[in-house]
Design a protein around this ligand. Structure first.
Ligand SMILES: [Zn+2]
Length: 379
């Protein structure tokens, strides 16, 4: 394909847009090079300086100066959308009724750490019971708060002790923000979130405004978690636009901040779940047990570590911190370190056992007397 002869096998029209572009780029490059050589390779004027942007042109027609963004939008934007639609169980034909702009804005507004956690949570690779169980990091998939199966959705729907209080506290932050928006909208959002948490149908009759009820129903049928994770139906925007008409407020910004606060519900209930899961709760020694198990493995690893100068330079950093420091790490970091350190040491032990030269050389370095034939492995 990259040789520019794809057309010899298939007619140009039957190629995909990417194959056609690849073919054309190859052809243009070849033509340009031929012209350049024909002109006896004149010096190329470098007009672009550091920090200047490139303008991409085709046949002298400007295409874009934001090359990265254009490529991203034409290819990855759609892939990103379909990725999330599958994860959120939204039907493909509903792609155009989601406020993708708000999804993006909400994501830009939060910290990198938050974004990572939220993404993992939505993609169902966050550390909830069912995922940990599947990965064999845990024997049970049960929720520490109510002993039911702990899925990503369960974090918010859990009815264990104190969860309702936590939910209402998080809702206050959402309510605070909605005070500046339309009243009917606030009732609808509050009711949708409450219904999701309690796994009941929303009480549609609480809302009087016809537009708002319609959008509320559409949001609900989009996917129950869509609102919770900031995937809004496009019907909300005109309602907010009408409300802010004549003011200088941006409804996109207002909705993004709202979505950020709605995310706070999941985040606060997640934090609550963690204090129960890892807390000093007398009923829950699970985390402590796991730590002490890993600490034993850390001891075993340190018993195997040779003098650092025998390890390759690139592997030494695994052992520059002492045992006590390793034992203070988080569970996840401990597991990762044990796995990596074990690989490094196994490799070292393997070489040492297989190679006489390596063993002799090491012995020579350890004990100066080895060079006088004290080594019984000498051939
Ligand atoms: Zn629970």
């Amino acid at each position: 394909m990259a040789d520019g002869h794809q057309d010899a096998v298939k007619p140009f029209e039957t190629l995909t847009a990417w194959e056609q572009a690849n073919y054309s780029a190859h052809k243009y490059a070849k033509d340009a090079l031929r012209d350049y050589v024909t002109d006896e390779c004149p010096p190329i004027p470098t007009t672009i300086g550091e920090g200047d942007t490139w303008l991409l042109t085709l046949d002298a027609v400007p295409v874009t100066s934001e090359i990265k963004k254009t490529i991203y939008n034409s290819k990855y934007n759609d892939e990103g959308k379909s990725f999330w639609m599958v994860r959120l169980q939204i039907r493909y034909d509903q792609c155009n009724i989601i406020e993708w702009d708000i999804v993006r804005r909400t994501s830009v507004m939060c910290s990198g750490e938050q974004r990572k956690r939220r993404t993992k949570h939505m993609a169902n690779i966050g550390p909830v019971g069912t995922v940990l169980h599947r990965r064999k990091a845990r024997d049970i998939d049960m929720c520490a708060r109510c002993k039911m199966e702990e899925t990503k959705i369960h974090i918010v729907t859990c009815q264990g002790p104190d969860t309702e209080q936590k939910f209402l506290t998080a809702m206050e932050t959402v309510d605070d923000w909605m005070r500046t928006g339309p009243n009917q909208f606030a009732i609808a959002i509050r009711e949708l979130l409450r219904a999701h948490r309690n796994r009941t149908r929303p009480r549609w009759h609480l809302v009087d405004d016809e537009d708002t009820i319609q959008t509320m129903k559409q949001q609900w049928s989009l996917s129950k978690v869509s609102l919770l994770w900031g995937f809004l139906h496009t019907g909300w925007r005109p309602i907010i636009d009408r409300h802010f008409k004549g003011s200088r407020k941006s409804s996109a910004r207002w909705l993004s901040i709202l979505c950020g606060r709605i995310w706070g519900i999941t985040e606060q209930l997640w934090e609550h779940r963690n204090t129960i899961e890892h807390g000093v709760d007398a009923n829950n020694h699970l985390a402590e047990e796991r730590h002490s198990e890993l600490n034993e493995q850390i001891d075993a690893i340190f018993d195997r570590v040779p003098a650092l100068r025998y390890l390759p330079l690139t592997s030494r950093h695994f052992f520059t911190q002492n045992k006590a420091w390793r034992k203070r790490c988080k569970l996840r970091d401990k597991r990762k370190w044990i796995r990596d350190a074990d690989v490094v040491l196994k490799r070292y032990e393997e070489i040492r056992n297989l190679s006489h030269t390596a063993r002799n050389f090491e012995n020579f370095l350890i004990s100066p007397s080895a060079q006088h034939g004290n080594n019984d492995d000498d051939d």
